[in-house]
Structures are given as structure tokens and as C-alpha cells.
Write a protein that binds this ligand. Structure first.
Ligand code: CA
Length: 228
């Protein structure tokens, strides 16, 4: 009898422990989903504009695509490189190449002089050989971990594309001719309260977790439904 009582006690304790673990799991899951709902912020834009101000920015995809995705990114930011290499190719394949999304990149200068040199170079390439912009953009992210972004490094990257005029590029970097463009971008960073990179907007929604492609996909699909 004593032995039986002991076994029953053990079974009761085990049941309590298992129920406890299950309860913790359920609470955590529910917190996670609340968090995800809370942080997909909708930015209410004032005046006549109902979308982000992207005039004159490099744009990839069909110009009349129904949805606009805007990245506020920094060529020197490691998470931006991760996003570029892991999430962007899926977005491109599913939505940009199919004409549903146009993609816009706006410079953020959170990493000091190296961000400025890279952004000046990208703006110069966009101005002087706009068709080569996205190739150069991709190569900047690829080169992020290869050492400091200097004028020489920019020229080295640009030289891999014979359609980019590296003489003009060098002059633009040294004279900071595209400074005006960086001012425009910095004002947008302030206007839309961008405090981290990458910050991704889908329409007017600031995406809480841009590294969760399923989340990105769901927001795009719901915006596509609203548009129809
Ligand atoms: Ca720009």
C-alpha cells in the first residue's frame, strides 16, 4: 500500500509539473501574438498625401504597381545586409517581379562617414547611370564586411560594372555633389520617425518585424485586397 501511495504522489507531482509547463508555453505564445499585433504601426499622414513621399528616389519594379514598399536602410548596417540577402530576394520574386509591388530605397546615415560615402556614391550612380543603380546597391551590401567604405573602395566596386563612369563618381564623392539628396533622405528619416534600420514601410504601415517574411507577406496580401 505504501508503495502504491508513493507512485500516486509521484504521478500527481508529474501531472502538476507538465500542466505548469503547458501553461507557461500558452502564455508566451499569446504574448508573442499580442506583441506582433501591437507593433505594426499605421502611420497617419497628414494633408493630401496618403502615402510616403518617395519623389525622386530609386525605384525598382513597375511604377504603377498597386503597393509601394519603402526601405529606410544604411549600406553599413549589418541587419540591412541580412535583410537584403534573406528577405528582399523573396519579396522581389513574389511581388516586385510580378508587378504587385514597387520597391524604394531611402538612405539612412546611422553609421557615420562610411554611410555618407556609400550613400553619396549610390546617389551619384543613380543620377548618372540610373539603370545601374540596383546592381551597385547590391554590390555595396555584398562588400559591407570587406573593410571600410572609402572613396577608393567605392571606385573598386563601381569598376566591376563598365557602365558606371568612375571618373564622375569620384568627383561626386569628393565634392559631395549629391549632398542635397542626402539632406532630402535625412529629412524623410526625421519625418517618418525612423529610429532603426532597416525600417520597412508597406503602404503606410511600418512593419514591426521585417525579418519575418510571413508577416511581410500577410501585410502585402491584405493591402492588395483593400486595393481591389
Ligand atoms: Ca535618396
Amino acid at each position: 500500500m505504501r508503495k502504491d501511495n508513493f507512485i500516486i504522489k509521484i504521478l500527481i507531482i508529474l501531472t502538476i509539473v507538465i500542466l505548469g509547463i503547458l501553461a507557461i508555453f500558452v502564455v508566451n505564445k499569446s504574448n508573442e501574438s499580442n506583441k506582433s499585433n501591437e507593433t505594426n504601426k499605421t502611420i497617419h499622414l497628414s494633408g493630401k498625401f496618403n502615402s510616403l513621399d518617395i519623389k525622386g528616389q530609386p525605384t525598382l519594379g513597375k511604377l504603377d504597381a498597386p503597393i509601394t514598399v519603402v526601405e529606410f536602410g544604411d549600406f553599413k548596417c549589418p541587419p540591412c545586409k541580412l535583410w537584403e540577402e534573406n528577405i528582399f530576394p523573396q519579396l522581389k520574386m513574389d511581388y516586385i517581379d510580378t508587378g504587385k509591388v514597387k520597391f524604394v530605397f531611402i538612405n539612412v546615415l546611422f553609421h557615420g562617414d562610411e554611410s555618407v560615402v556609400a550613400s553619396l556614391s549610390a546617389e551619384s550612380v543613380f543620377k548618372n547611370s540610373s539603370l545601374e543603380y540596383w546592381d551597385f546597391h547590391k554590390k555595396l551590401f555584398e562588400a559591407q564586411s570587406e573593410g571600410a567604405f572609402t572613396t577608393d573602395k567605392m571606385i573598386e566596386i563601381a569598376k566591376t560594372n563598365p557602365k558606371i563612369d568612375t571618373v564622375i563618381l569620384k568627383k561626386d564623392i569628393e565634392k559631395q555633389l549629391r549632398d542635397k539628396e542626402l539632406d532630402i533622405d535625412s529629412k524623410l528619416v526625421e519625418k517618418y520617425n525612423v529610429d532603426r534600420t532597416p525600417t520597412i514601410f508597406i503602404g503606410n504601415t511600418m512593419v514591426s518585424d521585417p525579418f519575418n517574411y510571413e508577416n511581410v507577406r500577410k501585410i502585402i496580401e491584405s493591402e492588395l485586397k483593400v486595393g481591389n
